[in-house]
Design a binder for this molecule. Structure first.
Ligand SMILES: [Zn+2]
Length: 211
């Protein structure tokens, strides 16, 4: 889970919330221009990676996610600090019967639960480790519960992480420290490298520190 530094609230959302009947669902279903601006701001601040699994996302393949679920916390359903954007958690692949229902992850699994660790917590990055096989390990009970709620041990997402590690085995970078810098920074397109947080963890633990 990569720490997310929030942008300032988009002006369109600020103005929209002045309407007394403004709700998240109304914005999503009716006021698409505002919705689009909000979602684009979220994608920009996250560098086009899922807030939970770090998979690359685009406008069409992502959705707006509420840290505190909109079903139970209606009073903050348009609070910009309660909004993130995430992947579809494999719903499309499940619908096409490419993966089992038990393998869906991220929001598709979380639904209205509240995570003990979320990406707006500055310490979130220190709570997760990864094995060479792409398995995720939580440091402490809160991280373990977060992994369970998001189903981040699902073979579906673990195999994608493993594939990212295997790319390094096939094409190791000339300089691992330069590679770390690349993973830390957004590309000129505004995107982070897919699984950047996971790959940084891998390089630090298995390449530079040789565990
Ligand atoms: Zn995800």
């Amino acid at each position: 889970m990569k720490y997310i530094q929030k942008n300032s609230e988009p002006t369109a959302l600020l103005n929209y919330k002045k309407n007394s009947d403004a709700t998240y669902l109304k914005m999503k279903n009716t006021d698409r221009k505002v919705y689009k601006e909000v979602k684009e701001s979220l994608l920009d601040e996250q560098g086009y990676i899922c807030c939970y699994c770090c998979r690359q996302i685009q406008y069409a393949s992502s959705q707006i996610e509420h840290i505190y679920p909109k079903s139970d916390y209606k009073e903050i359903d348009l609070d910009y600090d309660n909004l993130l954007t995430c992947c579809d958690g494999g719903k499309k692949d499940r619908n096409e019967r490419k993966i089992a229902s038990s393998e869906v992850c991220c929001e598709a699994r979380k639904l209205s639960e509240i995570l003990p660790v979320n990406p707006l917590m500055t310490e979130c990055e220190s709570k997760f480790l990864f094995s060479r096989d792409g398995d995720i390990i939580g440091i402490g009970a809160e991280a373990e519960k977060t992994i369970r709620i998001l189903n981040l041990t699902s073979p579906y997402i673990a195999n994608l992480r493993k594939g990212a590690f295997n790319n390094y085995k096939l094409n190791p970078p000339a300089d691992w420290n330069v590679e770390l810098q690349k993973l830390n920074n957004k590309k000129p397109s505004g995107e982070y490298i897919e699984f950047c947080f996971v790959l940084k963890n891998y390089i630090k633990n298995f390449i530079l520190n040789k565990k």
